[in-house]
Design a protein around this ligand. Structure first.
Ligand code: AMP
Length: 277
């Protein structure tokens, strides 16, 4: 595995390659990231992993400065996952001056877009830069960040970006907590409570399956999350997926997404429910 910091070095290394699988991350790798790398390894000749904590997707009071980092451990995981090139750019490389941003016009007014203004402009800005640098045939994203995935799919479709976006399932801890780099922020007590998030989502799945309406499911889920000690709910929302519009009679797949604040971490999780499946 080669670790590359400069854009031109990566472009030189990738020249002539056509089967490139790309996994963009912010590092502090866990089995969720590894599952994306495994899939990329299976489907491409070359696997590129990027690790870049992207400042433009963090709000002024968010956790940019204390976002967990462990370069050595990440490199060991990347090596054993069969990564060919680890792209590890500096902020100055990605943003040498105050640049124009890609701007999200639709699908940004709900869920994380509503509670983190500008977040998805930052995500699409960095993803678009990375796609232009790496020029992958396929790029792998987790459904853990379902709204992000839908917005990236929309961006690729609307701008005719020549890349296939591959959706990967959420990887969880044994007790059901979705794996996240931010789980390290949880206190011991919070870590014990955190699986209740998935339990609320599983209950919601049962309610959808038994024909309950969206409002009722959202309210019941909100009630269950409200019972997790010491937390506050950021949002509980159901939208059509992947359009991210309001659920209608025509909706085939519902995204029920939640965000919960613990003392030192804001965690997200979600459920995709396909009607009549
Ligand atoms: P991050 O480093 O958190 O920005 O995530 C990088 C990529 O890994 C994104 O496509 C995420 O959706 C994906 N990812 C993060 N956590 C998980 C998980 N628990 N299961 C599957 N994919 C994940």
């Amino acid at each position: 595995m080669q670790i590359i910091e400069r854009i031109s070095d990566l472009q030189d290394a990738l020249r002539g390659e056509t089967s490139i699988g790309f996994v963009p991350t912010m590092g502090y790798l866990h089995e969720g990231h590894e599952s994306l790398l495994e899939r990329a390894r299976a489907e491409n000749d070359i696997v590129v992993l990027s690790i870049f904590v992207n400042p433009t997707q963090f709000g002024p009071n968010e956790d940019l400065d204390r976002y967990p980092r462990d370069a050595e451990r990440d490199q060991a995981i990347a090596r054993s996952a069969g990564v060919d090139y680890l792209f590890f750019p500096t902020t100055e490389t990605m943003y040498p001056y105050d640049m124009a941003r890609v701007s999200v016009r639709t699908g940004d007014d709900v869920l994380c877009g509503a509670s983190r203004p500008g977040h998805f402009d930052g995500v699409l800005t960095v993803v678009s830069k990375l796609f232009n640098i790496v020029r992958p045939a396929r790029a792998y994203f987790g459904l853990k960040d379902a709204q992000q995935l839908a917005l990236i799919e929309g961006y690729v479709r609307d701008y005719f970006v020549p890349v296939e976006i591959v959706r990967c399932p959420i990887i969880r801890e044994e007790d059901g907590l979705a794996k996240s780099s931010r789980n390290v922020y949880l206190t011991e007590t919070e870590r014990r409570e955190a699986p209740l998030i998935q339990q609320a989502l599983l209950h919601a799945n049962g309610m959808f399956a038994s024909g309950k309406g969206v409002l009722e499911v959202v309210e019941e889920t909100r009630g269950r999350l409200a019972r997790i000690a010491g937390t506050t709910i950021d949002y509980v929302e159901a939208v059509d997926y992947p359009s991210l519009k309001a659920v209608s009679e025509d909706t085939k797949t519902i995204l029920l997404a939640v965000a919960v604040h613990f003392s030192g971490a804001r965690l997200i999780d979600n459920l995709l429910y396909t009607r009549g499946a």
